[in-house]
Design a protein around this ligand. Structure first.
Ligand SMILES: O=C(O)COP(=O)(O)O
Length: 227
């Protein structure tokens, strides 16, 4: 399968992190539930928490508070700070890498493609997770929450991630949700959707896959490299 991309110019592949390369929802939900318990709130299930993810930690906590009784008088900020303390102390336990991610990324790197992550997750937390899962390298660039003063879908996030990689190879963004697709569209980049359940999206995508072992073939088709 890698023969399809073995003789091509170097692509710049920009990956979303949460729910694209890793399933971090159990660890995020566990940390949020510690914070919610301190506030006297009921816990949220990982399944419910999944819907809160995608727009950064501030939105996660805002949504968790709204779902469990509303925003307290103090506002979201103190609870965001507490979540950053709890989750930031250990963003690794309970987080798993999706099947075939590691092999696929190493093999894409071996044939010359360059890779960076573009995530809403705070940059230091993302770096800790990527290093602990032995994904950095082959991933060499990282743009996260706090790297810039904007988040996805601002195209500056994707541009920043791409400029961390050398060369001017075609940029392809890979993510799991609409905000990633919108980021790619705003930056004029191709977008490939990771959809582990095989769900059809209601937004535009240049390609999609549900198993990372199939990603190189989809990438080859989307970029025209299989021709
Ligand atoms: O922090 C989040 O809400 C999601 O981060 P992501 O951009 O890696 O999906």
């Amino acid at each position: 399968m890698f023969d399809q991309v073995a003789h091509c110019v170097s692509l710049r592949l920009i990956f979303d992190l949460d729910e694209t390369l890793i399933d971090s929802v159990p660890s995020l939900a566990a940390a949020a539930n510690v914070m919610l318990a301190e506030l006297g709130r009921a816990p949220v299930t990982p399944q419910a928490y999944k819907a809160f993810v995608g727009h950064g930690m501030l939105q996660q906590i805002r949504r968790a508070l709204l779902a469990t009784g509303g925003i307290p008088d103090q506002g979201v900020e103190p609870y965001l700070a507490r979540m950053m303390e709890i989750y930031g102390a250990d963003p690794v336990s309970g987080t798993v890498i999706f099947p075939n991610v590691s092999d696929t990324l190493h093999q894409l790197s071996d044939v010359g493609h360059q890779m960076a992550v573009c995530t809403q997750k705070p940059e230091d937390q993302a770096r800790t997770v990527l290093k602990s899962l032995n994904l950095m390298p082959p991933i060499t660039g990282l743009t996260g929450g706090g790297t810039l003063d904007v988040l996805k879908p601002d195209p500056a996030m994707l541009h920043h991630a791409a400029t961390q990689l050398s060369g001017d190879g075609q940029i392809v963004m890979v993510g799991d949700r609409d905000v990633d697709a919108q980021t790619a569209a705003n930056a004029g980049a191709k977008f490939i959707l990771f959809t582990p359940q095989g769900t059809q999206p209601d937004f535009y995508t240049d390609g999609l896959f549900s198993d990372w072992a199939h990603f190189p073939a989809v990438l080859a088709t989307v970029t025209g490299l299989s021709a």
